[in-house]
Design a protein around this ligand. Structure first.
Ligand code: ASP
Length: 309
């Protein structure tokens, strides 16, 4: 039996340290801890990595501290379009939804699509309809809206009206939740869920539901979930690139993933981060922004942080 390990991120769009209220700090850390505990309980019960990451992500989708599910970012039309995916490193199977507007927990539907295996990725109304037909909870789009996200959209649109070209805050530009796990059977899995970014164009799809970009898992190498400027993750085939550097170049997880987050992604001007785990249970949580909600848990030890701590 292998030692089970779970690692998560809640997006690299952390509120700057000076602006993070004590209440928001406590709420985000508590949610991260809850996600870790819920997912880890699945692993210690002998459950699969795919199930552990699904349960960990559902906790974060249901928590407004993060940009996924309830509390997701609004697009420029004031609507939520949600993306999610999940990949099983044992079988190489994957499932995903993009632009869903009514699925309460998109990661659950991605998980089920993985089992169905064909189709792998469903979009927009078709994803919502498939979820409803398969018994998943569907809600009105307004269910996902919080006061904070409405204010963020107003802030972003106002910046455009006044032609403010200074960079928007990382908080308004980024956010996503992700989880990776190694289960006691030696399987790796990765999942990611997001609302994208505030004021994104209608119909815009980022890296989160794109297998090989925002999400990747392969038992031979690693499980990876990304957060940050999705267009760049797609162009770099980020998740698959980490895997490929490990498999073909023999790089360690840390070297492969840090090379991308602190190398190519910085060069391309993209705020980015990730959570990842390799087949031996080594965890990597790199980010090149001011902070990233993140944590991991393994037997007898756990860790949660937002900025340096
Ligand atoms: N990667 C997500 C996207 O581009 C957003 C983020 O993580 O900041 O949709």
């Amino acid at each position: 039996m292998r030692e089970a390990v779970l690692a998560i991120h809640g997006g690299c769009g952390a509120i700057p340290k000076a602006e993070l209220t004590p209440e928001a700090d406590i709420a985000a850390r508590a949610a991260l801890r809850r996600a870790l505990e819920v997912g880890y309980a699945v692993l210690t019960g002998g459950g699969l990595a795919t199930d552990a990451i699904t349960e960990a992500i559902v906790v974060m989708e249901d928590d407004p501290s993060f940009n996924a599910g309830f509390g997701a970012a609004l697009n420029r039309a004031g609507q939520h379009e949600l993306d999610a995916s999940l990949m099983d490193g044992a079988s190489g199977r994957a499932g995903a939804v993009a632009g869903a507007s009514r699925i309460r927990n998109p990661v659950r539907v991605a998980r089920r699509l993985m089992e169905a295996s064909d189709p792998l990725l469903l979009i927009a109304d078709a994803a919502d309809a498939w979820a409803a037909a398969n018994g998943f909870a569907v809600v009105e789009n307004a269910y996902f809206t919080t006061h904070e996200r409405r204010e963020a959209l107003e802030r972003m649109l106002e910046r455009e009206w006044v032609d403010d070209i200074s960079p928007a805050s990382e908080r308004d530009r980024h956010g996503t939740v992700g989880a990776v796990a190694l289960d006691t059977h030696g399987n790796l899995a990765a999942a990611t869920s997001t609302g994208g970014y505030t004021a994104k164009p209608v119909g815009r799809v980022g890296d989160t539901p794109i297998i090989g970009a925002g999400t990747w898992a392969d038992n031979r190498t690693c499980a990876v979930s990304g957060t940050g400027k999705g267009e760049l993750f797609i162009r770099l085939a980020f998740g698959h690139e980490v895997h490929a550097r490990m498999l073909y170049r023999g790089e360690s997880l840390e070297v492969a993933i840090s090379g991308l987050v602190h190398g190519e992604l910085v060069a391309l001007g993209g705020g980015a981060g990730a959570c990842a785990i390799d087949r031996s249970g080594n965890v990597s949580l790199p980010y090149n922004t001011e902070g990233m909600y993140r944590g991991w848990i393994r037997q007898g030890a756990s860790y949660v942080a937002i900025h340096e701590t």
